[in-house]
Structures are given as structure tokens and as C-alpha cells.
Design a binder for this molecule. Structure first.
Ligand code: CP
Length: 307
């Protein structure tokens, strides 16, 4: 029997197919359930050491819509981190103030570090370029809702695949569903070799390309990502790849796509996806962001033992 009660959510790798589907089913129910007191008296600690709009606010909305409360910060400069307090000391203290922690931090492995030192559940809201598992739950939910299935799809991943934590998490999850994957990126931003090796070990058909033209007609789903300026140690390296991909309605018409292609993007976007796409049936990224609330309601309710 599937149970998320008191579990940490650190990496999508820690969940099997049945568990992924459990959260998606529960999210469907959560869409109909609002303003309940399911999590009354419970407190979410929302700790964001890196900027966020969607993840932080959809988690906080989810907690409040289930009757719970939220404490936390969106800017570590106002906390004792600015005085030199370590992450492990901070979370040990905050553990005494709440029932569950969501943590976004620039260091890979930070969520696991926090989970190792506290006795309440920790949810990884993005650790450096590593993982963003709750984004993956909402990406899967969006794909299932818009394509009608998760099984046997051909998915293109476009953009910054080296630093794109949402891509790493989603690719691992889609491996359960027989997906064929095309990774399209500049050479310097290719999928990490260990990710590709793991996917191949799991019998996923993986292809790598630098251009979308030539493979675009095969895709059921295109998952676009921003080239993340803030992850580059050397600004010159960023300038070399800046603006490599600029999707627009006319580009898609030129390269050719399936009529029922769906385009996802974890957002924010910068220049890789033109606003001319927003009003097309291909664009599902704004609905994808909205799906963050039911999916995160499902995660909070199940981890806090109410579902
Ligand atoms: N998708 C996502 O993680 O967005 P934010 O950085 O705004 O949370």
C-alpha cells in the first residue's frame, strides 16, 4: 500500500511508478476540494534561499487552502544566515516551529542535508542544478491531463539541460512510462552524462541533438527551459549560448510539428519562447503553473498523514 506519511521528498528517484500515480490521482481530487480544515493547526516552514515565484507561492497557497499556516522567508538576507549561521543549524531551529519544511537552496544536496538533521519531513523545492521533484509531479500531472496518458510518449527537452533540475527530475520519472526522449541543447549544456547513462540503463531510447529541426515532427510534448544565467561561473560562457533557441509560432510552422503537440515550460521564461505562442493550443505552460496548487495540496496532505 502506498504511503507518503512523514516521508521526505528529496529526489524523484525515491518514488516508484505506483507512488507517482498515487499523487497524480490525489491531485485530481484536490482540484475539487478547497478551503477545508484538513491541515488545521499545522504549520509549513517555507525556506527559500533562492528566488521563486511559482514554487513558493503555490506551496503556500496549497497549505492555506487546506486550512494550515505558513511561516518562513523568501530572502535569506533577513535571517541569521546573514550572520553566518549554517543551514543545518537553521533547520534544526526551525524544526521546532513547524510540522514540515520546504527548502529551496543553491547547493546541490542541501535538501538531503536538511532531512538528515531534522525529524520532520523535508520537501526539496529545488537544490542547485540537481533536482526539483515537486515540479516533476506537476509536470506529469499536466502531461497526463493534456495528452490523456503518460504512456509511450515522445518527449523533447530543449534548452539548458546541464543545469536544468526540472529536466533531470522529469526525465527520470518519464522513464517509468516508456517515453522516448530527445535532448536538444547547445553542446556546452548537454544532459549530464550520468543522467543519460541511468536512462539508458533503464532502457529509455535517448537521442541528443543541437537543433529542434529534424526531430520536431516526432514530438508529442516539448519541454522548454530557460538558459540559466545565474548558474554560469563565467559570464563569457553564458554569452556564447544566450538566445540559442527562440521558439515562436512562425518557427514552429517552419520546422513542422504535430497538430496536438503540447509545449510545457517550468517558467520563468526569458527569450526562448515568444508570446505569439501563448494563445495557441500548443501552449500549456500557464495551466502547468496553476496545476502547482492541487499537486502541492496532494503532497502536503499525504506527507502530513491526512490522505
Ligand atoms: N518552476 C519554478 O520552479 O518556478 P519558480 O522558480 O518561480 O519557483
Amino acid at each position: 500500500m502506498v504511503s507518503f506519511k512523514q516521508r521526505d521528498i528529496i529526489s524523484i528517484r525515491h518514488f516508484n511508478k505506483e507512488e507517482l500515480l498515487y499523487i497524480l490521482d490525489l491531485a485530481k481530487k484536490m482540484e475539487q476540494l478547497d478551503n477545508t480544515d484538513m491541515l488545521k493547526g499545522m504549520v509549513l516552514g517555507s525556506l527559500f534561499f533562492e528566488p521563486s515565484t511559482r514554487t513558493r507561492l503555490s506551496f503556500e497557497s496549497a497549505m492555506k487552502r487546506l486550512g494550515g499556516m505558513v511561516i518562513g522567508f523568501a530572502e535569506p538576507g533577513v535571517t541569521s544566515t546573514a550572520k553566518g549561521e549554517s543551514l543545518s543549524d537553521s533547520v534544526r531551529i526551525i524544526e521546532g516551529y513547524c510540522d514540515i519544511i520546504i527548502l529551496r537552496h543553491y547547493l546541490e544536496g542541501s535538501a538531503q542535508l536538511a532531512a538528515d538533521v531534522v525529524n520532520i519531513p523535508v520537501i526539496n523545492a529545488g537544490d542547485g542544478a540537481n533536482q526539483h521533484p515537486t515540479q516533476t509531479f506537476l509536470d506529469l500531472y499536466t502531461i497526463q491531463k493534456t495528452k490523456g496518458t503518460l504512456e509511450g510518449l515522445t518527449i523533447g527537452f530543449l534548452g539548458d539541460l546541464k543545469y536544468g533540475r526540472t529536466v533531470h527530475s522529469l526525465a527520470y520519472a518519464l522513464a517509468y512510462f516508456g517515453a522516448e526522449m530527445h535532448f536538444v541543447s547547445p553542446n556546452s549544456l548537454r544532459m549530464p552524462e550520468d543522467c543519460i547513462d541511468e536512462l539508458k540503463d533503464r532502457k529509455v531510447k535517448c537521442h541528443e541533438n543541437e537543433s529542434l529541426a529534424g526531430i520536431s515532427k516526432k514530438l508529442d510534448v516539448l519541454y522548454c527551459t530557460r538558459i540559466q544565467k545565474e548558474r554560469f561561473a563565467d559570464p563569457v560562457e553564458f554569452e556564447k549560448v544566450r538566445g540559442t533557441y527562440r521558439l515562436s509560432k512562425s518557427v514552429l510552422e517552419e520546422i513542422g510539428i504535430k497538430n496536438d503537440l503540447k509545449i510545457l515550460h517550468p517558467l520563468p521564461r526569458v527569450d526562448e519562447m515568444d508570446e505569439s505562442l501563448d494563445t495557441t493550443d500548443f501552449a500549456v505552460y500557464f495551466n502547468q503553473a496553476r496545476n502547482g496548487v492541487p499537486v502541492r495540496k496532494a503532497i502536503l496532505a499525504s506527507v502530513l498523514g491526512k490522505e
